[in-house]
Design a protein around this ligand. Structure first.
Ligand code: NIG
Ligand code: ZN
Length: 416
């Protein structure tokens, strides 16, 4: 007997054929009108037409009627800074008045503002902050989430952040991928001795984090005035040597050769890419590195959006993420990211869904578990209020999510 039978859904899903979706394949969603999904032990064991599945599994006690709502894979958000203390709405106001993101950071605000507050928090406070935010992520349909460190910027506080993430993982059904980004800014105390800090990251933090399995990924803010491509490469190579996977923030504010690193080392993803040049696109394409685009950040910073259309047409695998953080993107909403990607980055609605599910599962190395609704994958799915995924960008600015299931258990319902 199955544990759950979802019936009468309009199912839309990418079909996983063993590699990230690129080019025309990114614009394809399989659909089952009046479809059903059978779930056993949190995993999809059958999927097809309601009539067929109902005959086979009608003895189950748990039947959910989707009432012809759209059913999609749960969103996979592969880039967030969701663990922080305190918001930065005053900086938002300063940006509206004309100050730039980098001016605020260079004056000791921005990321460094969040660092001051994080350092005085306990692990338990951090865990509670993250748990609270995970509730909101579920409400907006995210069922797999990357969370970065990067507001500690010293050994003790980076480890504290990653320990809080590990603690949270035990207390939530959300699947969390932890990323170490000790090189997220230059700590104030290392302002004039960045090389010493890079050494600390490479020689002390990475080996400790890898040994204690506190992170899956290493990340670097590769940017003008922050970490150079050379420093980034050293940090990434140290992470890879210790069996972490690697990703970088690249070409967000200036193009200084960061995405081009994809040709020199093994990166799971280059993220942001607002200012990517042809050489960067070529590097991603040749190396098969994914591009993770963060449209809410461009929107909040009032910057020109990354050219998603050009990246897709060049054959690069594109994923979408919220970049949720207290500075440049204070939104947990993947539906909002999808809306902006469709309206401002030139992606089709289908490409934006694939970028938020299967392609982002590839970025996090979870493609065998999540990202599509297929037999053998986790029963992570969302029911929309309406009958088509098109309502996500079309009915913009409202939450399109009706219910969310993680491993076959309901974790959010709009009615409750
Ligand atoms: N650009 C660097 N890091 C984050 C912002 C973090 C913050 O401002 O707190 C980003 O991806 O946008
Ligand atoms: Zn980021």
């Amino acid at each position: 007997m199955v544990d759950l039978l979802l019936i009468r859904g309009n199912i839309f899903t990418p079909i996983d054929d063993g590699k990230p979706k690129t080019l025309k394949r990114m614009d394809e969603l399989a659909s089952i009108e009046d479809g059903a999904i059978a779930v056993k032990d949190g995993v999809i064991v059958d999927i097809g037409k309601t009539d067929d599945l109902f005959k086979k599994h009608r003895d189950t006690k748990n039947i959910v009627d989707a009432n012809f709502r759209a059913v999609l894979p749960g969103f996979v958000d592969p880039h967030t800074h969701a663990l922080f203390v305190g918001t930065r709405e005053k900086e938002f106001d300063m940006r509206l008045a004309g100050k730039s993101y980098m001016e605020i950071l260079n004056a000791g605000g921005g990321i460094l503002n969040s660092v001051k507050r994080l350092r005085s928090a306990t692990i338990e406070q951090l865990r509670d902050e993250l748990k609270k935010r995970i509730k909101t992520f579920f409400e907006y349909g995210t069922t797999t989430l990357e969370v970065k460190s990067g507001y500690g910027l010293d050994f003790e506080n980076e480890i504290k952040m990653l320990t809080a993430i590990a603690l949270t993982k035990k207390e939530t059904p959300m699947d969390i991928a932890a990323t170490f980004i000790g090189a997220h800014a230059i700590p104030e105390e290392f302002k004039d001795k960045k090389e010493e800090y890079v050494k600390l990251v490479v020689e002390r933090m990475i080996p400790y984090i890898a040994e204690h399995k506190l992170a899956e990924f290493v990340d670097v803010f590769c940017e003008e005035g922050v970490y150079t491509p050379e420093e980034t490469l050293r940090i990434i190579e140290a992470g890879l040597k210790h069996s972490l996977k690697a990703k970088i923030h690249a070409d967000e504010i200036a193009s200084i050769g960061c995405s081009e690193l994809a040709l020199k080392t093994k990166l799971s993803s280059c993220d942001h890419l607002l200012k990517i040049k042809e050489s960067g696109i070529e590097a991603l394409k040749q190396s098969g590195t994914m591009a993770t685009l963060l449209p809410i950040t461009a929107f909040s910073l009032k910057e020109e959006f990354a050219d998603g259309r050009r990246l897709v047409d060049s054959g690069v695998g594109v994923a979408l993420a919220t970049d949720f953080n207290p500075g440049s993107s204070y939104s947990e909403s993947m539906p909002f990211a999808i809306t902006l990607a469709v309206l401002n980055m030139g992606l089709t609605p289908r490409e934006a869904i694939v970028a938020s599910t299967l392609n982002s599962a590839y970025v996090l190395g979870r493609e065998k578990l999540v990202g599509s609704l297929e037999v053998g994958k986790q029963a992570d799915f969302v029911l929309l209020k309406e009958n088509s995924y098109l309502f996500i960008p079309y009915h913009a600015g409202v939450n399109p999510i009706y219910a969310v299931y993680k491993r076959g258990e309901r974790v959010f319902s709009a009615g409750c």
